[in-house]
Design a binder for this molecule. Structure first.
Ligand code: SF4
Ligand code: SF4
Length: 191
């Protein structure tokens, strides 16, 4: 993937966005970024990203909301925490990526047909409703929403996984789903 290099204009900023992110617990130190690029250097996935982790930090801090929320970078982040461990300013880059992902889903601005945000949403819906995921329905929903023909190209792998017990057709649900709903409601209230 090519790194995006475009001129940014003052008019593209959504004033207050960076401050909002930096108020979230765990994201406060973003203001201390010195743009050293260590995070981009250690990130195993930065070569596939449209903005490097360093760029995402800077764009976030300076209010370029659209750029970061619609970037593929936040979805390609594999949460390996290498950047967070190495950052000389102890910035929790991985947690900031999570915060940006949540905002992207909340605002519906994630890249369309990109599988990772679609998977995250379907996963969350299924766990909220049933307390567990059901592998086959989850995978089918993912393919239907991102790449309907892709399911045909992967049937052999699905079959092999089923044969070895690594992939299930069963629809899974926990008991006492009302209690789970109450827990989610309480967590929402506190958020
Ligand atoms: S490693 Fe830390 S200080 Fe350096 S660019 Fe990344 S976030 Fe900023
Ligand atoms: S946590 Fe994400 S951004 Fe940081 S190094 Fe790992 S993949 Fe890259």
């Amino acid at each position: 993937m090519n790194i995006t290099r475009t001129i940014k204009y003052e008019a593209d900023r959504v004033k207050g966005f960076g401050d909002e992110v930096m108020k979230v617990p765990g994201c406060e130190k973003l203001k201390d970024c010195i743009q050293c690029g260590t995070c981009s250097g250690v990130c195993p996935l930065s070569v596939y990203m449209d903005y490097t982790p360093r760029q995402v930090m800077e764009l976030t801090r300076f209010d370029f909301k659209k750029e970061v929320l619609s970037s593929k970078t936040i979805w390609l982040c594999a949460s390996c925490y290498a950047c967070t461990c190495e950052c000389p300013r102890e910035i929790r880059i991985t947690d900031i990526m999570y915060e940006l992902k949540q905002r992207a889903i909340h605002e519906g601005v994630y890249p369309r047909k990109f599988p990772i945000p679609v998977l995250a949403q379907e996963f969350e819906k299924m766990v909220t409703a049933n307390g567990r995921i059901s592998e086959m329905p989850l995978v089918m929903k993912l393919f239907m929403k991102t790449d309907p023909l892709g399911a045909m190209g992967n049937w052999q792998m699905g079959l092999d996984l089923m044969k070895t017990g690594r992939f299930s057709l069963a629809s899974e649900k926990i008991n006492n789903r009302e209690q789970l709903a109450k827990m989610f409601a309480a967590a929402e209230e506190k958020a």
